[in-house]
Design a protein around this ligand. Structure first.
Ligand SMILES: Cc1ncc(COP(=O)(O)O)c(C=O)c1O
Length: 394
């Protein structure tokens, strides 16, 4: 059977993690892997999560199946968090899914049932797994301009011009906040224009909402999502609780459908549940139950928000420190964009030769396209990192 197969390409990020682990230099710096890290360089379990888990352990009475759509309380709490009252809930359906990535998979399969072979437009750049998930679902992939390597901001005029040309059978993948790989985000005024364009062309937005709370605040970060869904008849959202609840390995997310009306929502939902039933059947509960317990309990929710705010403040602080250190040393504003970016990542816009040089000479690891995880910057080594960056680009 398997003699027809050849080896699939390995994952570049996992390979980089392996290289980092094998590097014996004690002063190496890991800016590659995409998980939040605290000052000690660890990814701890949030205290609110620990408390919720203790409650679940004490109160749990059954491990019977959850149902295809998953944990109902979780679904309601996620909708409150992600979309609030932006649209009438009679048009909204939600299915818990394994992570934001699993949610993308469910939603793209769903799109392909509605419009086989439809084109999904991805930003340039985007995460490397958007493309294969879309293609595996049967969709065609096209690209719209997003990151400006000169300004390290968004090429908004070009992005909007591309979106303006789309039609009713197109799908546009948008990053709800903290555009994952680049750190460059749309302003609220730009979200307004994107929403107007989508309302006019009828293209279907699919919002990848993986970093809610990592940018400027929970409500602030959901502005774009709320604005878009309030402006269009139909929309999809892939929510992830991996980053903002630190639940990476629990695989917790949600596929959300906003349909034209209630009757259509029921039809679309039945297809979405059918997609799930014919693949992994039903979702796991643990991550969803943790999030439900936290969001439904006033005290735990406040504690979680405090923890999330601290994570966000730490990342914003590190951004400011690194760009200040570079400015002081170089007398140039070339890296000020690091402070202006939001979320966990910044795309530095450096050639791969510089990325390789930093790894070989300084033990500074980042993704090959020069994307860094700012949470990986050691607080006490910001100066060293600035020195290394400036020496490498000379
Ligand atoms: C494209 C994309 N969207 C969303 C997520 C959200 O993360 P998770 O699938 O772990 O919930 C990820 C993380 O790997 C991702 O690569």
């Amino acid at each position: 059977m398997f003699d027809t197969l050849t080896k699939a390409p390995g994952d570049k990020i996992l390979a980089l993690m392996g290289e980092y682990a094998a590097d014996s230099r004690s002063d190496k710096i890991d800016l590659g892997v995409g998980v939040y890290k605290d000052e000690q360089g660890t990814t701890p379990i949030m205290s609110s999560v620990k408390k919720a888990e203790q409650r679940i352990l004490a109160a749990g009475k059954t491990k019977t199946y959850l149902g295809i759509a998953g944990n109902k309380g979780y679904g309601a709490a996620v909708l409150d968090l992600a979309i609030a009252d932006a649209v009438d809930r009679s048009r909204v359906r939600i299915a818990q899914a394994p992570g934001g990535t699993g949610s993308l998979w469910v939603l793209m399969q769903l799109v392909n049932r509605a419009r086989p072979g439809a084109t999904i437009w991805l930003s340039d750049p985007t995460w490397p797994n958007h493309n294969p998930i879309a293609e595996n679902a049967g969709l065609k992939v096209a690209v719209y301009p997003y990151f400006d390597t000169e300004t390290r901001g968004v090429k908004f005029a070009e992005m909007l011009a591309a979106l303006d040309k789309l039609g009713k059978d197109d799908v546009v993948l948008l990053h709800g906040c903290c555009h994952n790989p680049t750190g460059a985000n749309l302003t609220n005024a730009q979200w307004d224009q994107v929403a107007t364009s989508l309302a006019r062309t009828g293209a279907l937005p699919l919002i990848d909402l993986a970093y809610l709370g990592f940018g400027d605040g929970l409500l602030e970060d959901s502005y774009g999502t709320r604005k878009v869904i309030a402006s269009v008849p139909e929309a999809l959202i892939a929510f992830s609780g991996s980053k903002n609840f630190g639940l990476y390995r629990e695989r917790i997310g949600a596929a959300i459908v906003i349909a034209r009306d209630e009757a259509q929502a029921d039809i679309v939902n039945s297809q979405m549940l059918n997609v799930i039933r014919s693949s992994y059947s039903q979702p796991p509960d643990h991550g969803a139950e943790i999030i439900r317990v936290i969001l439904e309990d006033k005290e735990l929710r406040a504690e979680w928000e405090t923890e999330l705010n601290a994570m966000r403040a730490r990342m914003i602080g590190l951004r400011a420190k690194l760009s200040d250190a570079i400015r002081q040393r170089s007398n140039s504003k070339d890296f000020d964009f690091i402070a202006a970016h939001r979320g966990m990542f910044s795309l530095l816009g450096l050639p791969n030769s510089v990325v390789e040089h930093l790894k070989a000479t300084n033990g500074v690891y980042m993704i090959g396209d020069s994307r860094i995880n700012v949470a990986g910057i050691p607080e006490d080594r910001v100066g060293d990192l600035a020195d290394a960056l400036l020496a490498a680009i000379k």
